[in-house]
Design a binder for this molecule. Structure first.
Ligand code: UD1
Length: 570
């Protein structure tokens, strides 16, 4: 874990910079040394941070293994309990870095990505404990099986530098860069890499930091270094500790509504001095959820969930300078805050992608199931595609157990029943293109390709958010699905197979027998599980290291609905 150096050590550290024993991003970070690097290279390497080809963190989940043996020709029935939204919780956890008092988060799913994000926070000094709701007992996260309710205490930040070993586990760790920069005036963050769904640049994040007054550069080793320090902030000992908050920016504009950049910049702006208006912001429900948490902790954010977000920052340059001075006098080794929010309690929204995945599972197996809790507004575009396919829906009140307070008309949680078309001939082909919210989520595209394979006729599925998110198509073809990817469009001939034989109307299965298929990313793996449910025989789906990043006990939940799904270690 990196720590603030003592001021006395600074000249030595500066002298050592020339002789690097290992890449800069592996060494403990010393603020003063990195600060000098930034001064020396104040001109920003714009092409460096637009690129994802620099030596970078790998974005895939680590470890894992085994496969799911998925029995075909499944019929499902029953009720699925939808967990807290992975993507919301990752953003909320990153956002807790802006809070100098504890934040209690409920509805936290136990996912590999969530545990990885917790490790990222712990690496910079956060204390994360699970609260046992019945006894009030607090235990560290690694002690327990489930997560549920977490208490995240970021009151003492011990370093502003993230290390490759923690951030490489998940790309969303980059969401923590903005909160850290705004909180401590400094951040060092290894660049996230490209991944199985294409290049994933972070230029929007970094341009946003600059717009908020930060100086940003990317080191040769692929680490982003950003500071709010204006001019030469070195003190007599050569140590550099920024005492300036970010500065609000009334005309910030994103060229694409990046979800992560909106999270990071909205949180950073909440700690800036002055007002920021972010135009072209992502309107995803996860952004609105993060804004709710930050507002509960003292931020003033309006318009989150639309494309224009106005943030009145709590930063105050004079107060920040006083705080830094105080901690210096006290000889505090922890990183001082230049601005922060307080604490709060917040419940994460339900996972709209998990819900959508189960809706497709029901449709392709011609089963009627119920899901709860679901916020209809969040799954509307997925429901539209399912309706075009021939599904009908019924809603009812959620059970007492799932009921929450403070809901309004657009965020009310309901129980949703999906009623599939009666036969394959009633299942119509679909045409859709993924788009930022409220469009069809890119995270549903692979699953909706499987839906298309169960229709009678030709469907067209277009991916517009990520440049190469079609790796599942090749695997679906191995299972007999007649799907072809050309550029960003996947054409699926439902009711036909790659072997040219037709699938009869009675069949709820593809024509091929058992196959081994490999998921290349989280949603691709989920899509293969769905295809397995309506294949013939047993499909062995590999890629669980991806699946477990984002689905909480998918196999158990499917088994509870009557599917024949077994997890095998080999
Ligand atoms: C988030 C979600 C991910 C989802 C994606 C799009 C989390 C943890 N992940 O990812 O599941 O698929 O939104 O809904 O919430 N882009 C740039 N420059 C940037 C940032 C993004 O060009 O600085 C581009 C990306 O290359 C991509 C598009 O914007 O083509 C969308 O990316 P973005 O919305 O940022 O995705 P994430 O926030 O990483």
């Amino acid at each position: 874990m990196a720590s603030m150096p003592s001021a006395r050590a600074a000249p030595d550290a500066l002298a050592r910079r020339g002789a690097r024993a290992q890449p800069a991003w592996r060494r403990p970070v010393r603020h003063h040394a990195a600060c000098a690097r930034v001064r020396r290279d104040a001109r920003l390497g714009t092409c460096a941070y637009a690129s994802s080809s620099a030596p970078t963190a790998r974005a895939s989940g680590a470890g894992g293994g085994g496969h799911l043996a998925v029995g075909g020709d499944a019929r499902l029935s029953g009720l699925v309990r939808v967990g807290g939204a992975k993507n919301a919780v990752l953003a909320l956890l990153a956002g807790t870095l802006a809070c100098s008092e504890p934040v209690t988060l409920t509805n936290v799913p136990d996912l590999r990505d969530v545990r990885s994000m917790i490790a990222v926070l712990e690496s910079v000094g956060a204390k994360v404990t699970r609260l046992n709701e019945s006894t009030g007992d607090a235990r560290t996260v690694s002690d327990v099986d489930g997560l549920g309710t977490l208490r995240v205490d970021c009151s003492r930040i011990t370093s502003s530098a993230f290390t490759i070993d923690t951030v490489s586990k998940l790309r969303a760790s980059f969401f923590a860069a903005g909160p850290m920069l705004a909180r401590t005036g400094w951040v060092e963050m290894p660049l996230p890499g490209g991944c199985a769904i294409g290049a994933r640049p972070v230029d929007l994040h970094l341009r946003g930091f600059e717009a908020l007054g930060a100086r940003v550069r990317v080191t040769e080793e692929g680490t982003v270094v950003a500071t709010t320090a204006v001019g030469d902030d070195d003190d007599a000992d050569g140590a550099c500790r920024s005492t300036a908050p970010l500065r609000g920016r009334a005309d910030m504009s994103l060229r694409f509504p990046s979800v992560g950049a909106t999270h990071s910049l909205m949180t950073a702006a909440a700690l800036a001095e002055g007002t920021t208006v972010i135009r072209g912001a992502a309107a995803e429900p996860e952004v609105a959820d993060l804004a709710r948490m930050l507002n509960a902790a003292g931020a003033d954010i309006r318009g989150a969930g639309t494309d224009t977000i106005t943030v009145r920052g709590v930063g105050d340059a004079k107060a920040a300078a006083r705080m830094a001075n105080d901690s210096k006098k006290k000889g505090v080794l922890d990183v001082a805050s230049v601005a922060s929010l307080g604490g709060c309690a917040h419940r994460a929204i339900p996972d709209r992608i998990e819900a959508g995945t189960f809706l497709v599972a029901a449709a392709v197996t011609r089963s009627s199931i119920e899901l709860e809790p679901v916020i209809l507004n969040h799954v509307r575009s997925t429901m539209d595609v399912l309706e075009a396919f021939g599904c009908a829906f019924e809603t009812s009140a959620v059970s007492e157990k799932s009921r929450t307070e403070n809901e309004n008309e657009t965020s009310r949680e309901v129980r949703l029943r999906v009623i599939p078309p009666a036969s394959r001939t009633d299942a119509r082909p679909v045409t859709f293109a993924t788009a930022p919210f409220p469009g069809v989520p890119t995270d549903m595209q692979p699953q909706l390709c499987v839906l298309a394979s169960a229709a009678s006729g030709v469907s067209f599925c277009r991916e517009t958010v990520f440049e190469s998110r079609v790796a599942h198509v090749e695997q679906l073809r191995l299972m007999g699905v007649d799907a072809v990817a050309e550029g960003e469009t996947v054409t699926v001939r439902g009711g036909a197979t790659t072997g040219e034989s037709e699938v009869s109307d009675e069949q709820n299965a593809y024509a091929y027998e058992t196959r081994d298929v490999f998921g290349s990313d989280l949603r691709a793996t989920a899509a293969l599980v769905l295809a397995g449910l309506c294949a013939k025989g047993t499909t062995r789906v590999f890629g669980l290291e991806h699946l477990d990043r984002g689905y909480e006990r998918l196999d158990e939940k499917l088994r509870a609905l009557g599917a024949d799904v077994a997890r095998r270690e080999e």
